[in-house]
Design a protein around this ligand. Structure first.
Ligand code: FES
Length: 584
């Protein structure tokens, strides 16, 4: 007989679980909780004395990348039942990159609140998080990190490779590529339509090393998924098998009381950052990891990403920086093969949701195709694929994925061509009279966390049509926006503080000299300080767009990019105690 916090008591072998506060009480509350649950057709034998496992499902018909997650939930349920648990699937808000405007990032924190509060308020002992499209993964992890009950992530897996006329097509790196081919007149409208029809061949998330694939790998690197799960294609039967295994494993995690706070340690963050660099993953992962760290109280300075990058070889040859796609990555051994190659750089004793350490998880990892996953002895690059810049244009930092840029632009001086916002850019970029050449530095402002709002993926500014026609394939482009993980180019992102709150980006004018020095990690606006002071004095903030609801909450509380764009009041975590007394 165990005694609950409020003095009520319960019988049975429930080990003092949270769910017992609801279902094992000998009072009117317990009667009602059990009685109403039985209205769904279950009996005492189904749930009494068993751990209750939530299956937090971001399935939505609005989110094509997550459309198959109902099926995966059934696999998770099989595993939970096999292990003696009681599964309860529940929906949460979902975020789809392709349809949601202006950007899913605006709503990442709202979905995280949904996940956290759903876990907190229901009788769950553990949770399996079903994720897919870019932001559904970090939103789920953020919510689970703050709720802090035993949790396992099951990602939905990537789509099969796109194929067109014998060529691989990666979503959405090849969208940008062929769109520029179309704008330059090198392919026809008919061919562009054929490509549209050949790109997305199955369920799953984007199959380049974009943000969804990156976050799947980073989640595995953190130890929050079962080993080997990140790369399995969505439609491969092993995807459902790993979901079933996660269902069994979450019951064990509940028995061991192994929580996200036990897994998301400083060592785990360092492992995840190493993974991010070894796969040459999306810059978006930086924002999400910074936000996770804020939830669990880990000190994670932006500069650590640069520091660890310098000594982490780039091994995974996937688009947008490389050649292959996620299906190839899976056949080549997936993330365990990569982590085994960089084992000497990892904290091998970090504990993971498998119940084993990182070292144990990757012991059998080996490379099956050395074109796709390079051995550490023959990397694509020895390190430094992603840099953190500082300077007068970005006092609180900016990031640049140098592996995606043309190398001649990494040390560069050029004159600014400034676009006030995305509408200004869209209206003028293809103007034949635009004053620009191959040395121009394109600047976009009012695209940050407040200005966007939500820091949209507008950082991959299109190259002006007049330069494309001259054969220019890359330019230095600077903004306070993010960039799709599937994009590429000499693109400086996440400039902080952003222009909408008065950061130096707000002061740049056409023709100003901008100096990019990747080797020295500098980004500077070469303008006289007295002139800048005068411009600062004359600056006024852009007119606020959102005056009510969640967008107002976001505008007033969102943190800058160097803190991961979390809402300030969401940092940290709440004690998730049951508070089940309703009827007295
Ligand atoms: Fe969902 Fe790319 S659109 S992952």
């Amino acid at each position: 007989m165990a005694t609950m916090r409020n003095g009520a008591s319960f019988g049975g072998g429930n080990g003092g679980r949270r769910s017992a506060e609801w279902f094992e009480r000998r009072d009117l509350d317990g009667f009602l909780h059990r009685s109403w649950l039985k209205s769904t057709g279950v009996t005492d034998e189904t749930f009494r004395g068993r751990p209750v496992i939530g299956i937090c499902n971001s399935w939505s018909e609005l989110v094509n990348c997550n459309i198959h997650l109902r099926g995966l939930a059934e696999a998770v349920k099989r595993g939970v039942l096999q292990a003696g648990g009681f599964p309860m699937e529940f929906p949460v808000m979902s975020l789809g990159e392709s349809l949601m405007k202006p950007t899913t990032m605006l709503y990442r924190n709202l979905m995280a609140m949904d996940v956290e509060e759903s876990i907190r308020s229901y009788p769950l002992d553990g949770v399996v998080l079903l994720t897919g499209c870019d932001k559904t993964n970090p939103a789920s992890v953020l919510g689970a990190a703050s709720a802090n009950i035993p949790s396992i992530v099951v990602t939905g897996g990537p789509m099969l490779n796109g194929r067109w006329r014998g060529r691989s097509l990666g979503s959405c790196s090849d969208c940008w590529h062929y769109n520029e081919e179309l704008r330059a007149g090198r392919i026809t409208e008919e061919e562009f339509t054929e490509i549209e029809n050949s790109m997305s061949r199955s369920n799953g998330h984007c199959m380049t090393m974009g943000t969804a694939s990156t976050m799947a790998c980073v989640t595995e690197g953190l130890g929050l998924t079962l080993p080997g799960a990140a790369a399995i294609p969505a439609v491969d039967s092993r995807r459902a098998q790993v979901a079933e295994a996660a269902g069994r494993q979450i019951v064990e995690l509940v028995e061991r009381d192994l929580k996200p706070s036990d897994i998301l340690t400083p060592d785990a963050f360092e492992n995840a950052i190493r993974v991010l660099h070894a796969i040459s993953g999306s810059t978006n992962a930086i924002l999400h990891l910074l936000a996770y760290a804020g939830r669990v109280g880990v000190d994670l300075p932006l500069g650590l990403f640069d520091e660890l990058c310098a000594t982490t070889p780039w091994l995974v040859n996937l688009k947008p920086a490389g050649e292959f796609l996620m299906e190839d990555f899976f056949y080549a051994g997936g993330l365990p093969a990569v982590m085994a190659e960089i084992a000497d750089l990892l904290h091998l004793d970090a504990i993971t949701v498998s119940g084993r350490t990182v070292g144990e998880n990757i012991a059998a990892g080996s490379i099956g195709n050395r074109d796709v996953i390079r051995p550490a002895s023959d990397p694509l690059d020895t390190g430094g694929s992603l840099v953190v810049l500082r300077g007068s244009l970005c006092p609180d930092g900016a990031v640049m994925k140098v592996s995606a840029a043309e190398s001649h632009l990494l040390q560069h001086e050029g004159r600014a061509l400034v676009f006030e916002d995305i509408h200004d850019l869209a209206g003028r970029v293809d103007d034949p009279e635009l004053v620009c050449d191959e040395t121009t530095v394109m600047v976009l402002r009012n695209a940050g966390p407040v200005g966007g709002p939500g820091m949209p993926e507008w950082g991959h500014l299109p190259i002006p049509a007049k330069l494309l026609k001259k054969g220019v394939t890359d330019l230095v482009r600077i903004s306070d926006a993010r960039m799709s993980g599937t994009s590429y180019g000499a693109v400086v992102l996440h400039v902080a503080p952003e222009s909408a709150v008065g950061g130096p980006l707000a002061l740049v004018q056409d023709g100003d000299l901008i100096r990019l020095d990747v080797e020295g990690r500098r980004l500077d606006l070469v303008v006289d300080e007295a002139e800048l002071a005068a411009r600062r004095e004359a600056w006024t903030p852009p007119e606020a767009k959102d005056e009510r609801g969640y967008r107002l909450l976001h505008r007033d509380h969102v943190l800058q990019a160097n803190h991961g764009c979390d809402l300030d009041f969401l940092r940290g975590r709440a004690a998730v105690v049951a508070d089940a007394v309703t009827y007295l």
